[in-house]
Design a protein around this ligand. Structure first.
Ligand code: NI
Length: 395
């Protein structure tokens, strides 16, 4: 049976909705979350937590000390918004032109604040500590790295986090053990030729033609070299070369993103791409330099921690509310925490109760979030921490 202590009051729910709407109205881009962090600080006031500010940029680490000794369980939320012009028409839509909470990190922040308040109220029953990580700069894959560098995981035995999912109905949760989200890497390619007159191509070496061949070649070469059972995506998202219509430029610059679903393939990608890019460039008498920047590893949930989340969800809602998480090559820097310590990340349904699959997806200018997911998110995170700090080894 669900523990009544793990359910928030109607009043707290209304406050969290209000809090989330305030953040929604005032979204802040990665590394600029100062107002958001200040609002979180106000929200944490009076809870008796040990607080460190400016951890990993504008991040906040708040720790709740229970009534006895025990492990440290971390719960994490991200706080940043995206460079997107909101088009929802909501009464609390973004007041900042070109910036929008289109990934629902406003809701994640509100949920973690709710969990802090709920758990602070049951401190007497907790053997150990709960560390709340309000993380900055998730969207640019910088925040988790900076948090870890600043010691946010020191002494932590397990970490839990969630992401809302508008294509899953509110009231549902999607979980999985093992790999859940893809690895993310950035590639930058510089193709160097020799500039010249557009009418006399034989006197120059055209980097635009080579760059075009590289864009096409990457698609086929990658798909011929990697098993169709091993997902991999290479997308070239920008290509810049030249200024004038009748001039062959000296160089072309490309950038792209590379996603995989296994650590092994992620490791192999730089060599594969380097060979393809270099070979094609060479065929066109150009020289190419490839820079491969790993951003986040594959997000892999610990089996035991995933079971713990599933048991917590089942105790709160019954097993009918849980579905298996579909794999996605979208990335999430929570994966970096999971490289360090065991933990689990899961999807919290945030869509309409009916026809959620038709809802606008994350990062869409018309993305909206069903606020009914807030109270459930609070309960699951609080249950995950409380279950591990019950003094009897948890579930
Ligand atoms: Ni997100």
């Amino acid at each position: 049976m669900a523990d009544p202590c793990l359910t928030i009051s109607k009043q707290m729910e209304a406050e969290l909705v209000e809090f989330r709407r305030d953040l929604h109205r005032h979204p802040e881009l990665s590394l600029k979350e100062s107002r958001t962090a200040a609002r979180v600080m106000e929200g944490l006031e009076g809870l008796g937590l040990n607080i460190r500010r400016r951890v990993g940029g504008h991040g906040i680490v708040a720790e709740l000390v229970g009534s006895g000794p025990g492990p440290v369980i971390a719960l994490r939320a991200d706080m940043d918004a995206l460079p997107i012009q909101e088009d929802t028409g909501l009464p609390f839509a973004s007041e900042r032109p070109g910036v929008m909470h289109a990934c629902g990190h406003d809701a994640h922040t509100a949920i973690l604040l709710g969990a802090a308040r709920l758990l602070a109220g049951m401190r007497d029953r907790l053997a150990g500590r709960v560390r709340f990580l309000f993380q900055a700069a998730e969207e640019i894959n910088e925040g988790a790295k900076a948090m870890i560098r600043d010691g946010a995981l020191e002494g932590v035995s397990e970490i839990y986090g969630l992401h809302n999912l508008p294509t899953l109905a509110a009231g549902k949760v999607a979980t999985c053990s093992g790999a859940m989200m893809g690895s993310v890497a950035r590639i930058d390619i510089r193709v160097v030729g020799r500039g010249g007159h557009g009418a006399i191509p034989e006197q120059g070496i055209d980097p635009i033609v080579a760059a075009s061949a590289i864009v096409m070649g990457l698609q086929t070469a990658v798909s011929r070299e990697i098993s169709p059972f091993e997902p991999a995506v290479v997308t070239i998202g920008s290509l810049h070369a030249g200024e004038a219509n009748n001039v062959i430029p000296h160089e072309a610059l490309l950038s792209g993103t590379v996603r995989t679903f296994s650590a092994g393939l992620h490791e192999r990608m730089p060599a594969i791409l380097d060979r393809i890019v270099g070979g094609i460039a060479g065929a066109y008498r150009c020289r190419a330099e490839l820079t491969f920047t790993s951003q986040t590893p594959v997000l892999e949930n610990d089996e035991g921690c995933n079971r713990h989340i599933e048991a917590s969800v089942d105790a709160l809602l019954g097993p009918g509310a849980r579905v298996p998480a579909a794999p996605t090559l979208a990335g999430e820097d929570f994966a970096l925490y999971l490289k360090e310590i065991p933990g689990c990340f899961f999807w919290l349904g945030s869509g309409p109760e009916e026809g959620a699959e038709k809802a606008y997806g994350l990062h869409h200018p018309k993305y909206t979030l069903n606020e009914r997911c807030l109270s459930l998110g609070v309960s699951i995170l609080a249950a995950a921490a409380a279950g591990r700090l019950s003094g009897n080894g948890g579930h």
